[in-house]
Ligand binder design. Structure first.
Ligand code: XMP
Length: 327
């Protein structure tokens, strides 16, 4: 069995050799814990669950089933990347569920941010539980819990977001192979497990995804504007060396329109807001000083490439007074 708590004297995993040693020890521990039984994992494509998946694939191969729920609020290219990395390259058992319509139908007309979060969280559990019930003889549920999650839930800062809320008939034993690691260590381990950099060095992405960046009641066309503008921003930040430097950057599309002009005609379309912030712990944040020429270039791209958008703004507000997300 793996350690339950991070040993006080544990050396920080900062080198490939230390990561390799951790991987070897975990594979042995996982094999001992799981034996010949089956394991289930909700694979979001985020760093933590991806590293857990890669570890389990190495340890128990096809005894693992990964379920990737696409709630329709993921960034452009994410579901495709999960399928290509885990099903095609790592040969994992991967169940891909496109639940976009279910989520967007439930969210239709719901403008309150906290209600939106609750609906997304509850629906996620519902979809995952349905998939779990379709599988026979699963004994274990793997989770990408990491050490800060445990510390934060102990201190009452954050409800333990992982296991939370699976129905009682799904009575799994937990497998949490990275729960004594800090985030930078999880990334190091992921790199050594051969995960692509785009997955290992991903910026943080909230569970409710683009849903809280399409403010107010979500509509499919405005959600598409969030997804497409986010893709342009990420592409430009990568091209211009900001991707590895800025902590979190994304776009928001508010639920109102402003007047513009295109091809000599009046338009009435949405603005896109760009947010780019740096922080250590997300409790406070400062705004990245993005070069003005780059902002102008991104503005030109977004207004010409993203449907329904005629205006681009840059959010200059640190946290506090603003939060990082817009809702
Ligand atoms: P705020 O907006 O509170 O965000 O300044 C701080 C960090 O938390 C992320 N965030 C979330 N992550 N579920 C998540 O998993 C959420 O509901 C959620 N809301 C905000 C946000 O992206 C930022 O990194």
């Amino acid at each position: 069995m793996a350690n339950d708590r991070r040993p006080e004297n544990m050396e920080r995993i900062t080198t490939a050799a230390l990561a390799d040693r951790f991987i070897e020890e975990q594979i042995a521990a996982l094999r001992q814990q799981i034996g010949d039984k089956k394991v289930l994992l909700a694979l979001s494509g985020g760093v933590d669950s991806s590293v857990v998946a890669a570890l389990l694939i190495k340890a128990v191969g096809k005894q693992l089933t990964c379920v990737h729920v696409n709630h329709g609020l993921l960034r452009k290219g994410e579901p495709e990347q999960v399928v290509s990395v885990f099903r095609d390259q790592m040969k994992a058992n991967l169940v891909y569920v496109d639940a976009t319509d279910r989520f967007l139908d439930k969210l239709a007309g719901v403008a309150d941010p906290e209600r939106k979060r609750k609906i997304i969280g509850a629906e996620f559990i519902e979809v995952f539980a349905e998939e779990a019930r379709k599988l026979d003889g699963v004994s274990f549920l793997a989770q990408g819990t990491i050490w800060p999650d445990i510390l934060e839930s102990e201190r009452g800062i954050k409800a333990h977001h992982n296991a939370g809320g699976l129905p009682e008939d799904l009575n799994f034993e937990l497998v949490e192979p990275v729960k004594i690691l800090f985030k930078d260590e999880v990334r190091m381990v992921g790199k050594q497990l051969g995960l692509p950099d785009g997955m290992v060095y991903r910026q943080p992405f909230p569970g409710p995804g683009l849903g809280v960046r399409c403010t107010g009641a979500i509509t499919r066309d405005r959600l598409e504007a969030v997804r497409e503008s986010d893709a342009v921003l990420r592409e430009e930040f990568e091209k211009n060396g900001l991707a590895g430097k800025v902590w979190q950057y994304f776009t928001i599309v508010p639920d109102y329109k402003t007047t513009g002009v295109k091809d000599d005609k009046r338009t009435f379309e949405w603005p896109v807001v760009i947010r780019a912030v740096n922080t250590r712990d997300a409790m406070t944040a400062t705004v990245e000083n993005v070069p003005f020429e780059l902002l102008q270039h991104i503005t030109a791209r977004i207004t010409s490439e993203v449907k329904g958008v005629n205006r681009v703004l840059f959010d200059l507000t640190p946290k506090p007074s603003a939060t990082i997300e817009w809702e």
